[in-house]
Design a protein around this ligand. Structure first.
Ligand SMILES: NC(=O)c1ccc[n+]([C@@H]2O[C@H](COP(=O)([O-])OP(=O)(O)OC[C@H]3O[C@@H](n4cnc5c(N)ncnc54)[C@H](OP(=O)(O)O)[C@@H]3O)[C@@H](O)[C@H]2O)c1
Length: 190
């Protein structure tokens, strides 16, 4: 919240007319996602664009409060649930404004580096056989499948909301905190 409020203050300093509300959200916790969605909906704001951007990468094996492997929980489940909980608000906004809605999932080229058989649906939370890198790839593949299927469903329903996934390029950010080798390749960029 401290970082979010600092970002808010910076934007407002540069553009005093900007209106920004900061709300707490921990995507790794389904309780937090639900309470964020309740708080957002209670503001009665329109919702045109949802960018599912948050992510963690190459973490050692760990389970979330909900008992879900943390990369899958944060990168996929949190965003999947959030999108579902906010979808009616997005649909109502499209109806009220006539403006196309957009959902964007930040995925990664790393979706190619998944487990051999793709998503380990029956072993998502198993420590045995866990690979930090493949688990990240798995969560990013899930981001793409989520976008593709939601897009298909919304088109079938005739709803004017696009859903896409994107690989943003390779940029040295705190995302790489669990990868000392990659961090050392870009020592000045971080
Ligand atoms: N950077 C790259 O080269 C690259 C390449 C391909 C794909 N991507 C994807 O692009 C997206 C953004 O990555 P980035 O490089 O900008 O990473 P980043 O600088 O580390 O930003 C990730 C953001 O996600 C937030 N976050 C992490 N866990 C969260 C949680 N449980 N609940 C809420 N927020 C959480 C972080 O908040 P805190 O700062 O509070 O931890 C941070 O603000 C990710 O989805 C990543 O997989 C990045």
């Amino acid at each position: 919240m401290k970082a979010a409020n600092e970002a808010k203050n910076k934007i407002v300093r540069e553009n005093p007319r900007a209106r920004i509300d900061v709300l707490e959200l921990d995507l790794c916790s389904t309780n937090s996602v639900r309470s964020f969605a309740d708080n957002f909906i209670a503001l009665h704001l329109p919702l045109n664009i949802l960018i599912n951007n948050a992510g963690i990468m190459f973490c050692p094996f760990q389970l979330s409060q909900d008992g879900i492997e943390v990369q899958f929980a944060t990168n996929h489940i949190g965003h999947f649930l959030l999108t579902n909980l906010l979808l009616d608000t997005m649909k109502n906004t499209v109806k009220a404004t006539g403006i196309q809605g957009r959902v964007v999932n930040l995925s990664s080229i790393a979706h190619n580096y998944c487990y051999k058989k793709g998503i380990r649906f029956h072993k998502i939370n198993d420590k045995q056989g866990y690979s930090e890198k493949r688990a990240y790839g798995q969560s990013k593949l899930a981001n793409i499948l989520h976008a593709n299927e939601l897009s298909r469903r919304l088109q079938a329903e005739g709803v004017n909301i696009t859903v896409n996934s994107v690989h943003p390029g390779l940029i040295m950010t705190p995302l790489f905190r669990h990868s000392a080798a990659l961090m050392s390749m870009f020592p000045d960029n971080h």
